[in-house]
Design a protein. Sequence first.
Length: 574
Amino acid sequence: MTVTERIWWKDGVVYQIYPASFKDSNNDGLGDIPGIISKVDYIKNLGVDIVWVSPMYDSPQHDMGYDISNYEAVYPPYGTVADMEELIQACHSRGMKLILDLVVNHTSDEHAWFQESRSSKDNPKRDWYIWRPAKYNEKGERMPPSNWRSFFSGSTWQWDEHTQEYYLHLFAKQQPDLNWENPATREAIYQSAMEFWLKRGVDGFRIDTVNMYSKGTSFPDAPITDPGVFEQPAPGLFCNGPRMHEFLREMNQKVLSKYDTMTVGELPHTPDTAHVLRYIGAGDKQLDMVFQFDIVDLGIGKTHKYEYEGYQLPELKEVVSKWQSFIEGSDGWTTAFCENHDQGRSVSRHTSDLPQYRERSAKMLALMMCALTGTLFVYQGQEIGMINAPKDWPIEDYKDIESINYYNSVKERGGDEQALAHVMKSIQILGRDHARLPMQWDDSPYAGFTGKKDGAWMRTNDSYKEINVAKQENDPKSVLNFWRKMIGVRKEYKDVFIHGAFKGYDVENLDTFVFAKTHGKDKAVVVLNFTDKEKDFPRPQELGGKWELLVGSAEGIDGTEKLGAYEGRIYLVN
Ligand code: GLC
Ligand code: CA
């Protein structure tokens, strides 16, 4: 067993806030920083230690703030830098830390750096972004430098009339990629995006798309895996490039090492455990931990995420087991999460959001998450069991650039009704908007998120009268109070739950998930029923001993030996 060092960011529970949708303090329909400040006690009372705020920087909001036009300013409708200082203080004075999103693979095309870069070929900042001349095909037509497909559909290359070159954007065309090959660019990023906020007391960063800064300089075409269109998926060519680890070591050495910080990097398209370990070895000083995406990628389509294929329980068990165990014997650290602002809600994806099952489901998932090794991340609304938008919402009710662009691209390709229905079904499960619906505070209009007469910037989930904070506050059996209890259990038995070794049992079973956590002589077994039927569960022989119920998600409801629908339990084994 690995002896894991005890550090605040390992034992801490992180709560992610999406500023647009958390709490609107001035009734303009959009969440804001004063709104977050008004809820700091609520967050603290959940048992949270670290608050992570998604981008609140100035931005034209083509990608909800992940397109930053000024790292050193706050998006005015959200508030000011002074408001952020107050929020940092509000967290610190309650013994909580605060981390920000660090988005430095790209900026907004409205960032002053890009404005200069695109102004002329000989501007000193030309080389701060990635510019390339056109290619020409046999017919003499202008073509982009490579066939790469961007994450938000279409090419990664945007033609610039003014200077007659293409610039690279892995995401939207309003999100040009910074050129990390240039040391002056890196230095400016460190100063503007990092030091500026570290000096104001932030305790670290969730680092956006952390493995895309180095993408080589030759831009070869991607192999054709989606015939029929020019643009091809190319993550294999732009993720984990040749200088990635060098850049992260430099960022750590020049900036992070000067402060007591935590970093968690977003690490998509990296399935290999040895590869992930290269990012997180404590001795190597790059990142403290990463989000590896297998758990949230369950069932996604092969050619595009929104070609959903579905998955079965053994696949979920396999990915949980893989990313729990991979740090054993190393000096790396892992994360436990199943939601964020880019995902459908976990109750709707992995269990059942039908009215008769959704509370049970939310509690079972809470029990599972709180028993997992690594730093635990909870996404706003997860603690009350928020669910996906109803299936009858038309595409017009969705706002996210990723869903809308893909839907339109299938239409433009001549996709028939069936193809579009499949995309729609996929968006109903996976769409990023589900996590971005207004937080459900109470049963007043628009869920108490905003007092604006015609509602919030984004449609409120129809379920808010049944699922909201106020209703759950006073109900000892609510999802919210179960989360509070489970976070307490996690902290009380932190050796076994936060730092323990993981082992799955009966892995082929399609209905139940049984795993053990051990630490020294301490042993706990977690049993979960992922179906709406009563289920027996195996009691693995090798665990032996006497089983004593520690906590159950349906305690007092079912009370039988068998697991009820979507019930989870934890036993201590003596
Ligand atoms: C990350 C963010 C996502 C954003 C993208 C581009 O994946 O989580 O919301 O669209 O990066 O910055
Ligand atoms: Ca507001």
